[in-house]
Design a protein around this ligand. Structure first.
Ligand code: ZN
Ligand code: ZN
Length: 238
């Protein structure tokens, strides 16, 4: 039973009626990070209630398009019982697709207003392309022909596990010198669907105004740095 905490308010900062002081904003951000960590520390398996470490499994409800946190045992048992039905165990492979091919024309055909998108295949045979936005994941145009062309150019896409794995495209990092990116700094990842949810969630929470603002872009940079560290490089020279 923890005491309600009263955060230390800096005295004499004089931010009374004016704009919030910069360090005030920083300490709010720090408090948010702490409370976020607390929430994460309290995560429990949504099936059996056992406490979970930060790095835990997820089950995906294909019908509701929702993720549930799960312990290892429940993830396996539910996946087996569901028999590829409603609940699917979310895989945990992360690949940086080094020699991925997608032309600007192919990208522009998707009519996506941001520099990021993720594509999934459905166990119902559908093909979906979403992009993160302040309103959440928004569906974009992706024709079956457009997808089949991408799969032809990049056979790894034929191995995407339906519903629970995605192709994640990041064209925001123009000019970055990254091993797995092409000459334009465009990056392509094969990721579990929960990674896409994480990206959508952080943009929904942190995006401000038209261009997102520094806080959102810092979080997006953190997210992709984390992916690069976690992912195995697939294809390319290496
Ligand atoms: Zn469990
Ligand atoms: Zn979780």
């Amino acid at each position: 039973m923890s005491q309600p905490e009263s955060p230390q308010v800096p005295v004499g900062g004089g931010s009374g009626n004016g704009a919030p002081a910069a360090d005030g904003a920083a300490s709010i951000a720090a408090l948010r990070r702490i409370s976020k960590r607390r929430e994460e520390a309290q995560e429990r398996c949504e099936l059996c209630g056992v406490g979970l470490p930060d790095d835990h499994e997820h089950l995906y409800d294909v019908g509701k398009r929702q993720l549930a946190c799960a312990c290892g045992a429940c993830a396996v048992i539910t996946d087996v019982r569901s028999m590829k039905g409603t609940y699917r165990r979310v895989p945990r492979r992360y690949l940086a697709l080094a020699d991925f091919e997608m032309t600007d024309e192919q990208w522009e055909a998707l009519a996506i207003p941001v520099n990021m998108a993720f594509m999934t295949t459905g166990s119902d045979g559908g093909i979906h392309c979403h992009y993160p936005s302040p309103a959440g994941a928004t569906e974009s145009l992706l024709t079956l022909e457009g997808w089949e062309e991408l799969v032809e150019q990049n056979p790894i896409l034929g191995e995407l596990e339906p519903d629970v794995e995605a192709l994640l495209v990041n064209r925001a990092g123009e000019g970055h010198e990254i091993e797995s990116s092409d000459e334009h700094g465009h990056e392509y990842f094969l990721v579990p669907i929960d990674a896409c949810f994480e990206l959508v969630g952080l943009i929904r929470v942190h995006w401000r105004g038209f261009s997102g603002g520094k806080q959102a872009w810092d979080r997006i940079a953190d997210f992709f740095n984390g992916l690069r560290m976690q992912a195995d490089v697939h294809g390319g020279e290496g």
